[in-house]
Design a protein around this ligand. Structure first.
Ligand SMILES: Cc1cc2nc3c(=O)[nH]c(=O)nc-3n(C[C@H](O)[C@H](O)[C@H](O)COP(=O)(O)OP(=O)(O)OC[C@H]3O[C@@H](n4cnc5c(N)ncnc54)[C@H](O)[C@@H]3O)c2cc1C
Length: 445
């Protein structure tokens, strides 16, 4: 039997590989980088601080599905706060308690039946949250992480992020009763519930991918970028890696979709994907002596006075990643590859963030111990209005038989790890019928 070739050994690629192998399908996994795990990996420095590529929080349900529950600890705290013009508002109840925000939201709700269906993200936020919350919080945050004006982004941006208010209230209430960090907004494919809370592996988020890789280690080849995916008569038939052509029964790609038109040979069907864009991001991990003093594990900063739009207090949420008596704050800054932020020296970015942190928590700079900066050109898929119809078309599949595109960048979707896991399993199922022996499919989970 020819193998199914998997492009990339991040969470999606490894999920696909283990799932297919459990169903008796031979697989080969090619990873371009030196290491597996893609975005879901952690690094530890000599001082005992562990860093993710942007803070990652997972759920007990994903940990159980992958088989890493035993090495995970429950997060002792999780909460989100918005910092606006020197004031903090807990999310969502603090914002709802603010009279100006609440009034504006109520007016928006009353006017909803008379408005046309929103087309842009800007319109969506105004109709869902009211003009004031949209203008002061939702729109600036969206523009910061996407790098595009909210009136040039599709309404689906808002819809992707929204957990309904009644559900949020129910989940927050469950968290208060059970004293667990019940997850809100971390999975859309399988239902959120009071039984799904935040956990995190002992040594870093990379443990999730390492566990999956254990099952298919012999099939993984690192430092092996897939240079071409061969398509004949609109069917994926093989790949080229390091100049060698390899026949395949199917191909599962986790590569960013705007790369697919460059590597798929034998069809022009995916040419429309070349204009899809991702937002690069710089993560400045600020190390501090003593507690950070931030109000919550996650603090959103939509105002123009800070270079970052999100802060994650790792020491508060995941204390086992930070040495005793210290704290670690991850500052997320949106940018473009090659711009002043992307190219700034690490020390300069550290100073910039600490100066801004001083505005939130006076005295932070006196406790600054240094920083570790991480950069990725592919953090967020940007849902630009100009290619929204094409994005919806791509949601239906590649249109090429035997070629499945999965994962956060491969689906071009704002999905977190649990969604990547379940959606990848569902999507690669289509390859099983045609390639697995029937007896291997029967009785497999
Ligand atoms: C800032 C940020 C914060 C996040 N926070 C959370 C969180 O709190 N909780 C959560 O659950 N999720 C979070 N996520 C999402 C999570 O990181 C991703 O959903 C998940 O890691 C995506 O896995 P993936 O396999 O789809 O992609 P990736 O991790 O990008 O893996 C793709 C792999 O494919 C390889 N590749 C690409 N092209 C080729 C090629 N041609 N040949 C061979 N290999 C190739 C790449 O090198 C890479 O290793 C966050 C993401 C970001 C950006």
């Amino acid at each position: 039997m020819k193998p199914v070739v998997i492009v990339g050994a991040g969470l999606a690629g490894l999920t696909a590989a283990t799932y297919l192998r459990r169903h008796g399908v031979p697989v080969r996994v090619f990873e371009a980088g030196k290491n597996i795990a893609g975005l879901a990996r952690s690094e530890r420095d000599a001082g005992g601080f562990t860093y993710d590529f942007g803070a990652h929080f997972i759920t007990n349900r994903l940990a159980a599905a992958v088989g890493v529950s035993a090495s995970c600890r429950a997060m002792p705290r999780y909460g989100e706060t918005v910092w606006l013009r020197g004031r903090t508002y807990s999310y969502p109840f603090g914002l709802m308690r603010s009279l100006p925000f609440a009034l504006s939201a109520a007016v928006a709700k009353l006017g909803a039946p008379f408005r046309r269906t929103p087309t842009t993200a800007d319109e969506w936020y105004r109709s869902a949250y009211g003009g004031k919350l949209a203008k002061e919080v939702a729109v600036p945050l969206t523009e910061a992480w996407s790098g595009a004006p909210a009136n040039e982004l599709a309404a689906s941006v808002g819809a992707k992020f929204a957990t309904s208010l009644p559900r949020t209230i129910m989940l927050k209430a469950a968290a208060a009763v059970t004293q667990r960090t019940v997850a809100v907004g971390y999975s859309g494919t399988v239902p959120e519930s009071p039984h799904v809370w935040h956990v995190y592996p002992d040594g870093g988020i990379g443990a999730v991918c390492e566990r999956l890789a254990d099952e298919v280690r012999d099939a993984i080849q690192t430092q092996s970028p897939v240079e071409a995916i061969h398509v004949e008569a609109e069917r994926a038939v093989g790949v080229r890696v390091a100049g060698e052509d390899i026949e395949a029964a199917g191909v599962v790609s986790t590569a960013p979709v705007h790369v697919l038109p460059k590597i798929v040979r034998g069809t022009e069907r995916l040419a429309y994907l070349s204009r899809f864009r991702y937002r690069p991001m710089v993560f400045v991990n600020v190390k501090l002596d003593g507690p950070s003093g931030l109000p919550d594990v996650v603090t959103w900063t939509p105002g123009p006075e800070t270079p970052f739009f999100r802060l994650s207090d790792i020491g508060a949420g995941l204390p086992w990643l930070v040495p005793a008596g210290k704290s670690l704050v991850t500052c997320d800054i949106g940018c473009q590859v090659g711009d002043a932020t992307w190219t700034a020296p690490d020390a300069e970015l550290g100073k910039l963030c600490v100066a801004a942190l001083d505005k939130l928590v006076p005295g932070t700079s006196a406790r600054y111990l240094g920083c570790r900066v991480m950069r990725t050109p592919l953090a967020y898929p940007v849902y630009r209005l100009e290619y929204e119809d094409d994005r919806k078309r791509f949601e239906q599949g590649t249109g090429i038989e035997g070629l499945v595109s999965v994962g956060r960048n491969g689906e071009f979707a704002h999905i977190l790890m649990e969604d990547v896991y379940w959606r990848t399993r569902r999507k690669v199922m289509s390859l099983i019928g045609s390639t697995a022996p029937a007896e291997a499919v029967r009785g497999c989970p």
